[in-house]
Design a protein around this ligand. Structure first.
Ligand SMILES: [Ca+2]
Length: 196
């Protein structure tokens, strides 16, 4: 490749990427801007959640951004039973004990840059889960789950209208109904690509 063709390729590359993304990934956004591939905001096994173990249905209001969580402990995901017949219930994946037959409340700030869109919360849980962003329920109530947890068995799309630039709040209620317990979370985002 000579210098001139290299220069042309480099100049055309952004347009090729934009064309490919807008062809494959059109989501009908208002700006109709092309989107990046998803990037991970919070990985599975993330550290430093604020959390509290409560009785079933206790902790009303914990999902609100202005809730005072100074009484919550700090713990690392996953949460649950360290032993059991399920693949994720082991001493490596479970870094914080969560007793069975209780509710687990977790809170974690998400820092989102300008242009963020299409945030998705992925969940591995035993048993049930309800997910909030900035105080709003994005899971349509408590979602029920039976059997062993698996990564991504639930995914909840977050409406862009709930997001703000800077600090956002992920809040999750997980409920165990016996035998083994587990919770871990992953959050991804896309961004609108700017031309020029
Ligand atoms: Ca269970």
């Amino acid at each position: 490749m000579n210098d001139r063709s290299r220069l042309v390729s480099r100049a055309l590359l952004p347009f090729a990427v934009v064309f490919a993304l807008s062809t494959v990934g059109s989501l009908g956004t208002a700006a109709n801007a092309p989107l990046s591939a998803p990037t991970i905001v919070v990985p599975y096994g993330a550290s430093e959640y604020k959390y509290q173990v409560v009785s079933v249905d206790d902790g009303i209001g914990f999902e609100r951004p202005d809730f005072d969580d100074s009484a919550f402990a700090v713990g690392d995901a996953g949460f649950g039973s360290r032993e059991g017949y399920c693949e994720l219930n082991n001493t490596g994946d479970v870094r914080t004990e969560w007793p069975v037959e209780t509710d687990l409340l977790v809170r974690k700030p998400l820092d989102l840059p300008a242009g963020t869109t299409d945030v998705v919360v992925y969940v591995a849980v035993d048993n049930d889960v309800q997910v909030f962003i900035n105080g709003y329920d994005v899971s349509d109530g408590l979602q029920f789950h039976e059997g062993c947890p698996s990564l991504g068995s639930f995914s909840f799309a977050v409406p862009d209208s709930l997001l703000q630039v800077g600090t956002n709040l992920l809040a999750v209620r997980a409920r165990d109904r016996g035998v083994l317990a587990y919770l871990d979370l992953e959050v991804t985002r896309r961004s609108r690509l700017r031309l020029g």
